[in-house]
Design a protein around this ligand. Structure first.
Ligand SMILES: *Cc1c(COP(=O)(O)O)cnc(C)c1O
Length: 426
């Protein structure tokens, strides 16, 4: 007998489990999807419902995640742990459109979430499930943003939080958040993939609730980026949505949400999904090129630490959306990421390196003729500029390679006299 309207389904065999079954893998070891009763959702709400909620003062309506709650997680309101999150801006920058080679470019800035990345969208839902399931301890392995987000939501929910981070490979803004929000932070002498393996073992043994994106409720919350983007566009489907891919939870979420919207008849076609990987952490790109199963990359390396992942958990889920939308997976170099970042930053928008893989990837796809200049393209900027200040300062001081020296903006030294200063102003 089921206790809640959603179910968990094995992505391999389709075997279903109760929605409150506290598991992250099926009996065959495959990842799980949350499945909704879409007929029921279609009877409860439509796009006009979501538009009406834009003018509501209720916190769950103001949340860019829970505004779409019938299709995210129809949990009783008492369990919802919301800040609220989402409701981020969609920037239209003609300057960046011309950098990429497009007539028009929209950029959904997920760095404007409460802790500065889209991870808050997944975290609010998974943390609500942690409360619903009676957990008192939560844990994750993280390249940074998941830990920052989990630590903040755990602090508010009064739960103990344990963060496993790869040794020495975390951007300072993110580490600072995990520490400041009071999470027990454990630096593992190994890479992200090792940290993830260890945290899963700890959670299995100790009954700590796991909040990595293998947690299918994270994916449900992240679907809302796509919902909200379409709402920003007054439900007009763009031709492309471009986003970075690391562990591939976010692209999996985007695809799942859009497929559900199409099944509900809320949209009549899918935007093509373009996933952008960093060249040094590109197992999904390679698998897509070859049309073969993913082979993990050992010692993944990129300046974009948020996508520095060699063995992505959600690649099969991500591929479903890419294939269904006849989308593509591409890759960009670190120098291309930094060049795109210099332009995103200089446009006054700003984002962390991984986010700018979006813009670098779109630019590459336009130059290759995969994306046409007159197509409508929306990119996702996944995290805030201030997450990784070291990269910004090193870049502008000339301590990192640049594609275009003119994008540097180094600080200048100057004598403390009016004449000397005026030399720079005039
Ligand atoms: C987590 C993260 C990503 C990668 O998302 P995945 O779901 O792991 O593919 C990209 N950018 C930022 C800023 C992130 O925090």
């Amino acid at each position: 007998m089921t206790t809640v309207p959603w179910r968990l389904r094995c992505t391999q065999t389709g075997t279903e489990y109760d929605g409150l079954d506290r598991r992250f893998y099926s009996d065959t070891g495959a990842t799980l999807d949350v499945v909704h009763d879409l007929a029921r959702v279609g009877e409860q709400v439509d796009l006009a419902t979501f538009d009406a909620r834009l003018s509501s003062k209720k916190r769950i309506d103001r949340s860019g995640v829970w505004r779409f709650r019938e299709l995210i997680l129809p949990v009783e309101e008492q369990w919802i742990a919301s800040k609220p999150e989402g409701a981020t801006n969609l920037y239209e920058s003609s300057r960046l459109a011309s950098y990429v080679g497009l007539d028009w470019l929209g950029l959904k800035h997920e760095g404007e979430n409460p802790t500065g990345s889209f991870k808050d969208r997944g975290m609010t839902v998974a943390m609500s499930m942690a409360k619903r399931l009676g957990a008192d301890r939560v844990a994750c392995a993280s390249t940074g943003n998941t830990s920052a987000s989990m630590a903040a939501y755990a602090a508010e929910a009064g739960m103990r939080a344990f963060v496993f981070i790869p040794d020495g490979k975390i951007a300072y803004g993110k580490l600072a958040q995990a520490l400041a929000f009071g999470a027990q932070t454990i630096q593992i002498a190994g890479d992200f993939d090792k940290a993830l393996q260890l945290v899963q073992e700890v959670c299995d043994r100790e009954g700590v609730y796991l909040l990595n994106s293998v947690n299918p409720f994270r994916i449900e919350g992240q679907k809302a980026i796509g919902f909200e983007m379409l709402q920003d566009l007054d439900w007009q489907v763009p031709d492309w949505i471009v986003l970075p891919g690391g562990n591939l939870g976010n692209s999996a979420a985007l695809g799942k949400g859009l497929l559900e919207m199409r099944e509900l008849g809320w949209i009549d076609r899918l935007p093509k999904i373009a996933v952008v990987q960093a060249q040094g952490a590109n197992p999904f790109y390679t698998a897509f090129q070859k049309g073969e199963p993913l082979v993990p990359v050992q010692n993944a390396e990129t300046i974009a630490t948020a996508i520095r992942i060699g063995n992505p958990v959600s690649w099969q889920k991500s591929l479903r959306g890419v294939d269904a939308s006849t989308g593509i997976v591409t890759e960009v170099t670190d120098v291309q990421i930094l060049d795109a970042k210099a332009h995103v930053d200089a446009a006054g928008i700003g984002a962390e390196p991984a986010s700018c893989a979006t813009v670098a990837g779109a630019k590459r796809l336009v130059s290759e003729g995969v994306i046409q200049p007159d197509e409508r393209v929306c990119g996702i900027l996944t995290g805030h500029l201030m997450k990784d200040p070291d990269t910004v300062v090193q870049y502008h001081k000339g301590e990192m390679d640049a594609l275009d020296e003119s994008t540097r903006n180094a600080p200048v030294r100057c004598d403390a006299t009016l004449d000397a200063v005026l030399g720079f102003v005039n």
